[in-house]
Design a protein around this ligand. Structure first.
Ligand code: SAM
Ligand code: TMP
Ligand code: ZN
Length: 415
């Protein structure tokens, strides 16, 4: 890099308001987070620059560079939502809540954006309610279809939403979990939502919350698929820009801290007190201030240095580390910190589509989950920290046998 290039701050155009997005964190050259190559196939890996910035107009935090969607979401997409029992219960409860509160009229209709393996819609199907999932990744869409969930294997956007409106009529609810933040083409999606929703319809979506990411230094929430890191402030600006109103927010404990946002048509519903409360809290915390975000970036570098030092020290002592959960998030951690098979022998994961492959970029071998119990290491690096409650419960034997967990959220520590 030339000195000139180093000196020039990176700026991009905001996907929401076309304002200036100022970079505050560079996580370097990164592979696709969900592309697990076979040994011998690593030469073809795709890399891009993972950096994140904040818009000085609407405060939306977003990636500086976009990865084409077809590279991420396709017939080999390996993330199956139903792999976690906690998430299965979370989405069953979500479906029951939506049925009770929003799907109360005659012949209601719900559309899900990113239905994956049907983890939420299978409860809706069981209730006999009209539904449709949009899921472009054929691998996971097929699992949902095999459960009897109705799925269109395509991206939700304006044209596909308009097509559904003409065949199926208006939707009462459009719901989306861990998907809307994956979509840089917001204008198309919200025009699609406008076309598909009935006059009283709502768009409900839940995604990782910027407030939790900053508070916990969970920088691994930043990767190719997570194009936006939402806050109530930035979502309100987005809603207004595209003809909606933010009418409710609810913090959720799943996936390390999320917020469920509800958008309605302007004037349709009185915003709940929770909206003003979260907006106030974000203002008081100066969540989107450049200074706050630069402080976050400094904490990220500290976590990297502490984690690498610890892993090197363990290696110098002749002890073994194995990682737990080949999460998409862990691609950011491994590649940013330079953690390869020299420091972590292998990663254990329950997903068949990831097993006997290598992790993206750093090429740590992925083994089936039972490899963990078959031969406990001295230390286990908890890549799937967002599922820690579920994992700690089933892996109690590890600590009882003298093993120790390594955590890096909110800071590096051993338990
Ligand atoms: N909703 C599930 C959950 O919360 O576990 C799945 C989340 S997964 C991280 C994101 C999903 O969104 C993927 O299955 C991907 O194929 C899908 N996706 C990405 N862009 C989409 C779009 N424009 N329309 C519908 N689905 C999309
Ligand atoms: P996620 O954090 O994006 O949900 O990904 C979780 C990954 O961890 C996924 O590859 C499945 C894996 N996993 C396990 O290996 N064991 C478990 O007990 C759980 C909950 C997840
Ligand atoms: Zn903006």
């Amino acid at each position: 890099m030339t000195d000139l290039a180093k000196a020039a701050p990176s700026v991009s155009v905001c996907r929401i308001c076309e304002g200036a997005v100022h970079e505050f964190l560079d996580l370097g050259r990164q592979p696709l987070s969900d592309a697990f190559p076979q040994a011998g196939e690593t030469a073809g890996e795709f890399f891009y620059r993972l950096a994140v910035g904040v818009c000085d107009g609407c405060t939306m935090v977003q990636l500086m560079e976009e990865v084409p969607r077809e590279r991420m979401f396709h017939e080999d997409y390996p993330y199956y939502s139903s792999g976690s029992s906690v998430m299965r219960e979370h989405f069953a409860q979500t479906a029951r809540d939506l049925i009770r509160t929003e799907l109360t009229g005659g012949d209601p209709f719900i559309v899900e954006i990113g239905c994956n393996d049907g983890i939420m819609l299978n409860t809706v199907r069981d209730a006999g309610i009209r539904h449709l999932g949009f899921e472009p990744s054929a691998s996971v869409a097929k699992v949902a279809q095999d459960k009897g969930v109705r799925v269109r294997t395509e991206f939700f956007e304006e044209s596909t939403a308009v097509a559904v409106r003409s065949t199926d009529g208006p939707a009462d609810v459009i719901y989306s979990a861990n998907t809307f933040c994956h979509i840089p083409y917001v204008a198309s999606v919200l025009r699609g939502a406008d076309a598909l929703l009935g006059p009283d319809g709502v768009f409900v979506f839940e995604d990782p919350y910027l407030g939790d990411i900053v508070a916990k230094t969970s920088f691994d929430q930043i990767y190719d698929e997570h194009f936006f890191l939402f806050s109530a402030t930035s979502v309100q600006a987005m809603a207004r820009r595209f003809g909606f109103e933010l009418v409710d927010v609810r913090r959720l404990p799943v996936h390390g801290g999320e917020v469920r946002y509800t958008l309605g048509r302007p004037g349709m519903r009185e915003p709940t007190p929770a909206v003003a409360a979260l907006l106030d809290a974000e203002r008081a915390a100066r969540l989107a201030d450049p200074e706050t975000l630069r402080g976050f970036a400094a904490s990220v570098a500290r976590v990297r240095d502490d984690l690498v030092s610890l892993l090197k020290e363990i290696k110098a002592n002749g002890q073994k580390v194995v990682a737990y959960g080949a999460t998409a998030k862990s691609a950011t951690v491994a590649n940013y910190c330079g953690i390869g098979p020299d420091l972590v022998a292998y990663v254990c994961d329950t997903t068949p589509a990831k097993q006997h492959r290598l992790t993206p970029g750093m090429h740590i071998p992925v083994k089936p989950a039972n490899a963990f119990q078959e031969s406990y290491p001295d230390y286990a690096l908890l890549f799937a920290w967002n599922h820690s409650q579920e994992i700690m419960t089933k892996e109690q034997g590890f600590r009882e046998s003298g093993g120790r967990w390594i955590h890096y959220v909110p800071d590096v520590h051993v338990t």
